[in-house]
Design a protein around this ligand. Structure first.
Ligand SMILES: C[S@@+](CC[C@H](N)C(=O)[O-])C[C@H]1O[C@@H](n2cnc3c(N)ncnc32)[C@H](O)[C@@H]1O
Length: 300
């Protein structure tokens, strides 16, 4: 992983990071799924027309532990009415096939690589959720192009994403101190922008990009997290921060000046900060990011 005192090179390490995930990631993804469901109150956007009469074929790119696809099995209880395919760079979070319905299949595939020919124009709906950490330097194209290639003409793409660069730390009232959580929030923004090169322009430009690629925008919704989700979103992001401790170098890593951040951060000082942030959030400080949903229809 990262050499001492140097920030990790995310562009090189992101695939390794995801492939090395384990049950804690899967558990966190179940919580994250519950959060999305609470926020949106739908899995499939209501403007996606599924009334065609023919069996539907649905793909989920970066399916993780298939939480979203399993939600769809409840929307379409008849197994003949839908075929569900999940794709992920790693199978480490997949439930065993024995626990899945026979119309839900999971496949290992890197969504930035060539699309196997059997999946070209094979799907009525393609879904993507929470893949922002894979999009370095706004290079969304290889995955977006594959997603559109997978769709039949007239098919729908639904892309759900949190705007990670707008992570905000809120307090319920002035008695709650959130200094540590605010420092980590700022530090995350700096790391994302300048070290891991995770930007949000691609997300903000998504409707325009899809229009340029010949799609009709069916829905584009940006919402702030519901108040009732304050604890759940916070717990979920704290798990990410806790997991990041192992990626921060042991030797102090310099941080850019003039941004209200400490001069440097080591694994130890970051770990201390996370511990303090946990104390603050237990008193009510909360972490949230806006929710983006874009639904587009492939016109030809
Ligand atoms: C934050 S998780 C989201 C999982 C799922 N979409 C959800 O919302 O529950 C990101 C997922 O993307 C997968 N992933 C990362 N890079 C990928 C790639 N290049 N191709 C396909 N999947 C990838 C990871 O293995 C992980 O399961």
């Amino acid at each position: 992983m990262a050499s001492e005192g140097k920030a990790p090179d995310w562009d090189k390490e992101r695939d390794e990071f995801w492939i090395a995930q384990d049950f804690e990631t899967s558990a966190r993804l179940h919580v994250q799924h519950w959060i999305w469901q609470f926020q949106l109150a739908y899995a499939l956007h209501p403007r996606i027309d599924t009334s065609g009469g023919k069996p539907l074929r649905v793909a989920d790119i970066g399916a993780g532990n298939a939480a979203w696809l399993l939600e769809l099995t409840r929307l379409f209880p008849s197994q003949e009415s839908v075929q569900l395919d999940g794709f992920d760079i790693t199978s480490s979070n997949f439930p065993h096939a024995a626990w899945l319905p026979s119309n839900l299949k999971l496949h290992t595939w890197n969504a930035f690589s060539d699309l196997p020919s059997e999946y070209v124009e094979a799907f009525d709906i393609v879904h993507i959720r929470a893949l922002n950490s894979t999009i370095v330097n706004n290079k969304v194209d290889p995955m977006l192009v594959n997603a559109l290639k997978m769709l039949k003409p007239g098919g729908y793409l639904q892309w759900d994403e949190n705007d990670a660069l707008k992570l905000a730390c809120n307090v319920p009232d002035e008695s709650v101190n959130a200094d540590a959580a605010t420092t980590i929030t700022k530090m995350m923004e700096v790391i994302m922008k300048y070290q891991t090169h995770l930007h949000a322009d691609w997300l903000h430009n998504m409707p325009e990009t899809l229009r340029e690629r010949g799609c009709e925008i069916v829905a584009h919704e940006v919402t702030e997290a519901k108040k009732e989700l304050a604890r759940a979103t916070t717990d979920n992001y704290l798990l990410v921060w806790k997991d990041l401790i192992r990626m921060i170098p042991e030797a102090p890593m310099p941080l850019p000046p003039g941004m209200g951040l400490p001069e440097s951060m080591s694994r130890r000082s970051f770990s201390d900060l996370v511990r303090k942030a946990v104390e603050e959030t237990a008193k009510g400080a909360s972490l949230t990011m806006p929710f983006h949903v874009t639904v587009a229809r492939k016109t030809s």
